[in-house]
Design a protein around this ligand. Structure first.
Ligand code: NAD
Length: 358
């Protein structure tokens, strides 16, 4: 039986970039059944909801979801629950996607794209694993209340609640240790244990889970220091694991080390290896429909899909090598263009990756 993959292009450049990634997946000769459905603003326009039931059903019943991007300023005035971005939150929740993988890789050919000195970032290859369904983002209670006593009595106060259950920390810990085993065997857990009870608890659980992975070297770092070390000596890191809030910030910082948002894939996985794969960038409405978008982040997301949801590691490497090859050939979309290289469009970049597969 063929393996079902949901392709959800979304808005803006989403259509153009997923088209190229779908072409690459199709060209591999695997028995895949790629089924398309609208999501985000495109789905709102068609069905009045950013995540229509049929789209959600397709995603849940597929081995993996290849996602483009959602959002456009024209939907900014909609009620929060109807905004395109809600589709991603809805998919994460419905599919139980608790582990977010954000690799930050800087191909030597693109070392000049980073705002850091090439010697600090050239060859960078780190993986940030962010817990995605817990932490202060989802903690209850939250809201705005009137303070009843103390210094601020009588004033309104905004508040949120940070918490992590033991099972939540354990499952992300296992994911992170196993990812480190497949890489250089170095795992850095990032927290704020000097100030936060939740973080001290997180650290204690990490230390406990580490006993099951003697081949992985576990270290700990406070989040403020991690933010500094990422720009001082990012190549010191192999795998970083952290909670939802810190991971949100550090993964964007790490992305920017590479200087090219159009190159960065991501994956969000659940406990049964089902995953949602998407580029780290947004829908780029400013360049949508102009054949200018870089499709490589989405093509590399498809490679992660092959590796993590389909267990097709050799095919994943094949796609990643094809991407390396087109960079070596000097092909560049506008976002990574520099003098002396060859400027190409979205479709031409897809053509070149297809050609480089063999
Ligand atoms: P963005 O990532 O869409 O764009 C930022 C800048 O990077 C733009 O100049 C854009 O042209 C450029 N860019 C992004 N991807 C590119 C690519 N593949 N190739 C070449 N250039 C690329 O961020 P934004 O402009 O802040 O947001 C635009 C919309 O995307 C908003 O509606 C936002 O809510 C949404 N968004 C969606 C996601 C998602 O779907 N996961 C993530 C972030 C933002």
């Amino acid at each position: 039986m063929s393996t079902k993959i949901a392709v959800l292009p979304g808005d803006g450049i989403g259509t153009e970039i997923t088209e190229q990634a779908a072409r690459v997946l199709t060209a591999l000769g695997l028995d895949l059944d790629l089924q398309h459905a609208p999501v985000g603003g495109a789905a709102y326009d068609l069905h009045g909801h950013p995540l229509p039931p049929a789209t959600l059903e397709l995603a849940k019943s597929s081995a993996a979801v290849l996602f483009g991007a959602v959002g456009d300023w024209k939907y900014d005035s909609l009620a929060r629950e109807l905004r395109p971005e809600q589709a991603i939150l809805g998919l994460r929740k419905a599919m139980g996607l608790f582990a977010n993988f954000r690799p930050a890789i800087l191909y030597p050919q693109l070392a000049n794209a980073s705002s850091l000195k090439p010697e600090i970032v050239s060859g960078l290859d780190i993986l940030i694993i962010r817990e995605l369904t817990g932490d202060i983002y989802f903690g209850q209670p939250r809201g705005v209340r009137t303070v009843s006593e103390g210094n601020f009595a009588g004033e309104r106060q905004g508040f949120d609640t940070m918490h992590y259950a033991e099972s939540e920390v354990r499952r992300i810990a296992h994911v992170a240790f196993q990812a480190a085993q497949k890489r250089q065997g170095k795992l850095c857990s990032v927290d704020k244990a000097n100030v936060l009870e939740t973080s001290q608890f997180w650290r204690d659980i990490m230390i406990d889970v580490a006993k099951e992975y003697p081949d992985v070297a576990l270290s700990h770092m406070y989040v403020d220091n991690a933010a500094m070390q990422l720009v001082r000596a990012p190549k010191e890191f192999d795998v970083i694991v952290t909670g939802n809030l810190f991971g949100d910030i550090l993964s964007d910082e790490a992305a920017m080390l590479t200087g090219s948002i159009g190159m960065l894939p991501s994956a969000s996985l659940n406990a049964s290896q089902q995953g949602l794969y998407e580029p780290s960038h947004g829908s780029a409405p400013d360049i949508a429909g102009q054949n200018k978008a870089n499709p490589l982040a989405t093509i590399l997301s498809a490679a992660m899909l092959l590796r993590y949801s389909l267990n097709e590691n050799a095919q994943a490497v094949r796609v990643e090598n094809a991407v390396r090859k087109v960079l070596e050939q000097g092909l560049r979309t506008a976002d990574i263009y520099e003098a002396g290289t060859q400027l190409v469009g979205t479709r031409e970049m897809g053509d070149a990756v297809l050609k480089a597969l063999d």
